[in-house]
Write a protein that binds this ligand. Sequence first.
Ligand code: PLP
Length: 203
Amino acid sequence: MGRVFGYHTGMKIRDEYRAKHPKSAALWERARAVIPGGITHDIRHLTPFPVDYWMGHGALFLGHCHPAVVRAVQEQMARSTHPGACHELEVRWAELVNRLVPCAELVRFTMSGTEATHLAMRIARAYTGRSRIVKLAGHFHGWHDGAVAAVNPPYEVPMSAGVPGATRSLSSAATSPRSSSSPRAARPVRRRPSRVTSRSSGR
Ligand SMILES: Cc1ncc(COP(=O)(O)O)c(C=O)c1O
């Protein structure tokens, strides 16, 4: 025992990480000079710097650059690069999703999860006529204004500045001992009994 990721050499784990990824460390320095925070997405805040072991956040279950996927993308690129209106493939894709997830009934495609949760909140508000959203503390659901509450402890501090208090007050955070699936919630989270916190009495 005692041989956990270089600790046997007396090397600090961060030093070993840097030593193993010198190109990523150099790229990180360049990135910080031209990209806010050196990252192009909020959940890429990794210490001491990001290295991509995420396989497309789980989407790439065939791995990077699977030949069948590369071939299909190349074939499609030769047909159309950016259709501005509707096209056959989106219908076929929606039919496929509907077949795989029949309870989805109708499919709306979005470009990101942020867009999807933003849209989901709008639909929920339109349907219920209510404004208040309850989210799970310790979970990341996109970077839009409606989802900045209670992502990381301390949950009273929003994930980002720049969101008006009136908007933030429309989110309530529910905490649960089991709510820790977000990558950013991988840090130690104080365990508390389930409860709901809210910052205003508005609907
Ligand atoms: C549960 C959940 N919701 C929403 C999002 C936001 O998705 P995107 O990063 O595509 O904006 C993420 C991203 O990690 C997520 O894990």
